[in-house]
Write a protein that binds this ligand. Structure first.
Ligand SMILES: C[S@@+](CC[C@H](N)C(=O)[O-])C[C@H]1O[C@@H](n2cnc3c(N)ncnc32)[C@H](O)[C@@H]1O
Length: 240
């Protein structure tokens, strides 16, 4: 994290979460920092990932939000970057029984873009990644540029460096993907953004929520309904 922006970030968290909440955020970041220097932490960082070795990409690793120089009021509510697992991802895609060619796939919190690459195994109309870290967006743009997969059906990729809470969703049918990218407070804002977009422009929208830790916003929604589940993910559909 850039040290110059630290006081501003701490002041923000203090305003939002109070003194004890701020202590928790600092403790979480300290634990992570210490773990990085343990033998397990070092081994994980030095591991060569078979996917990256095969395709020459850089999608492996874990990056804590605190390590990214992100200027968003939600930066400390972000989960760390780590790539989706291929098994559950492809299981989710096969469970959908949709006509992919009409759909725009959007990964909210796309990180280094591994999911965008895996999504290109399906003939989506467009594949869009939305990520608020400029550093991760740059890596993802390089990855989509160099990736050549045997099963790849499209290279209509776009990586947008923006906050998922305010990203203007494109027209047309959407498949929105999220791999546990943020806490409940941010998820609720993202859901409001989806609901607003759907109310202004009603269209088919499905959401795949991988590792669905924060389901409260979906349960409270009047227009998003759970239509499928798996031990690893939930699928919601816009029914407004
Ligand atoms: C668990 S990673 C998932 C990466 C990718 N979607 C995948 O499945 O491989 C979550 C990502 O969400 C990003 N993120 C968290 N909060 C965000 C926000 N408010 N706007 C945009 N990106 C965000 C993080 O920086 C991180 O890269």
């Amino acid at each position: 994290m850039a040290l110059s922006s630290l006081p501003r970030k701490i002041a923000r968290v203090l305003r939002r979460d109070g003194f004890f909440g701020t202590l928790q955020v600092i403790a979480k970041n300290l634990v992570h920092e210490l773990h990085k220097h343990t033998p397990t932490g070092r081994a994980a960082r030095n591991r060569v990932d078979p996917f990256d070795a095969k395709y020459g990409t850089d999608t492996w690793g874990q990056v804590e939000a605190g390590e990214l120089n992100v200027d968003s009021e939600f930066y400390d509510l972000a989960t760390r970057y780590e790539a989706s697992w291929s098994g559950p991802f492809h299981r989710a895609m096969s469970s959908l029984a949709l006509s992919f060619a009409e759909l725009t796939f959007i990964d909210l919190g796309s990180g280094k873009g591994r999911t965008l690459l895996m999504a290109s195994d399906y003939p989506f109309k467009r594949i869009v990644g939305v990520e608020f870290s400029q550093a991760l967006c740059d890596i993802a743009r390089n990855n989509v540029e160099i990736y050549r997969g045997e099963a790849q059906k499209t290279d209509a990729f776009e990586v947008v460096c923006d906050d998922a809470t305010r990203f203007p969703l494109p027209d047309g049918p959407l498949l929105i993907y999220m791999y546990h990218p943020f806490g409940d407070q941010v998820m609720r804002r993202v859901i409001e953004n989806i609901e607003r977009s759907a109310a202004e422009n009603p269209r088919p929208i499905r959401i795949v929520y991988m590792n669905p830790v924060h389901q409260g916003g979906y349960r409270d929604s009047k227009v998003l309904r759970e239509v499928a589940e798996d031990p690893h993910f939930k699928v919601y559909q816009y029914v407004g």
